[in-house]
Design a protein around this ligand. Structure first.
Ligand SMILES: C=CC1=C(C)c2cc3[nH]c(cc4nc(cc5[nH]c(cc1n2)c(C)c5CCC(=O)O)C(CCC(=O)O)=C4C)c(C)c3C=C
Ligand SMILES: [Fe+2]
Ligand SMILES: [Fe+2]
Length: 342
């Protein structure tokens, strides 16, 4: 085993501890072409926390079938939402902005903030090394997922610990727990809905809270994701004075033939106009930043289906992204987790 040695403080010096923050999100392809999207999807869909079945069965299907067709289709979808100004995906733009803004909030305390992606670049290992080179010996890892899932939160932390396995001198680590009904989080989401409604032509008859889906089997085996999504929705209903009928919970982005969490967002929303519901908003409180799943799947595909079914007003409520409310939330979460370290 070869261990990385990052030259930091001289070994004999008793330097003051230095804290760093590492923001982690899912990741995204480097460009919208077949090869880049294939590389990204291959890394993503080879993660055994994401696809739990035996690799001997899954890898031939993934490499031989899924990765011959899907990269082209997904690449076209990414092209529709691409940040052409920066030539990168919105998820990357927002994650970087979040890190930069959070770093300003912690500048006075001399706490650097780095950001990495679970799949694709910049990698979590690169982000960790950036902090180590700045002399950090204590790192707070913040997976940017409000609701826990083994397929997101746990694999982000796994990847950090894989990078730590290669270090001779490891920093101390804390990881941010999920925050599904944190009052500041709920208030920020509720405010984003209120703002969208104030800007819309007519009031929303319904606000659909759409969460990224998960195979039902993972939840049956104990993944707490569904229960945490429910905690978010229950708190949001309370904050906004809505109920199950005016603020329902749905699940999007189903992948593959197995049963995923229900109800599925797209058919649910396409069925609303025939029930007389023609003015809706969709909010996606499982994402801290707008991405393919919000901007294209909801903002383009689901919107079109709703309008074709007779819907009239469709508002996609933006994710918290790099708004002041979002950075306030990240700052508060970090401060809470850094108790005793700062
Ligand atoms: C195949 C299984 C998948 C599981 C399980 C899964 C869980 C999951 N994902 C997110 C957040 C995001 N997913 C995104 C894209 C995306 N997700 C899957 C598959 C699973 N996700 C795929 C194949 C893709 C790629 C795009 C595509 O080809 O459709 C994204 C967007 C990334 C971007 O670049 O914009 C996010 C964010 C959560 C929160 C979650 C579990 C609850
Ligand atoms: Fe996903
Ligand atoms: Fe999708």
């Amino acid at each position: 085993m070869v261990f990385h040695h990052i030259p930091t403080q001289p070994q004999h010096a008793q330097a003051a501890p230095r804290v760093g923050i590492l923001l982690v999100n899912l990741g995204t392809p480097d460009d919208t072409g077949y090869r880049a999207v294939r590389r990204y999807l291959s890394e993503f869909l080879s993660d055994r926390r994401v696809i739990e079945g035996p690799p001997a069965l899954w890898q031939p299907i993934l490499q031989g079938v899924v990765l011959t067709t899907r990269p082209r289709r997904s690449g076209k979808a990414y092209a529709r939402i691409w940040n052409t100004h920066k030539d990168e995906s919105p998820l990357r733009t927002y994650t970087r902005h979040q890190a930069e803004a959070l770093s300003e909030r912690f500048a006075a305390q001399n706490v650097p903030v780095a950001w990495g992606m679970r799949y694709g670049t910049p990698t979590i290992a690169q982000a960790l090394h950036e902090l180590l080179e700045k002399g950090c010996d204590r790192v707070l890892c913040m997976p940017l997922y409000p609701q826990y899932s083994a397929t997101t939160t746990a694999t982000a932390n796994d990847q950090l610990f894989r990078a730590l396995m290669r270090l001779r001198n490891q920093p101390a680590i804390r990881t941010l727990p999920s925050f599904p009904d944190n009052p500041a989080f709920i208030k920020a989401i509720a405010d984003s809905i209120r703002l969208a409604e104030a800007e819309a032509d007519i009031p929303f008859q319904m606000v659909v809270a759409s969460f990224h889906g998960l195979p039902e089997e993972y939840v049956r085996k104990g993944d707490s994701y569904r229960a945490e999504c429910e905690r978010t929705v229950v708190a949001l209903r309370k904050e906004l004075g809505r109920d199950e009928t005016t603020l329902p919970m749905t699940f999007q982005s189903r992948f593959g033939p197995t049963k995923w969490l229900e109800p599925y967002t797209a058919p649910f929303i396409a069925g609303l106009p025939e029930k007389g519901i023609t003015s809706i908003a969709v909010v996606t409180p499982c994402f801290m930043a707008d991405c393919l799943e919000t901007l294209d799947e909801i903002g383009n595909e689901v919107r079109e289906e709703f309008i074709q079914a007779g819907g009239q007003e469709f508002t996609l409520v933006p994710c918290l992204n790099d708004t002041p409310a979002s950075i306030d939330l990240l700052e508060a979460l970090a401060h809470q987790e850094l108790a005793g370290w700062l």
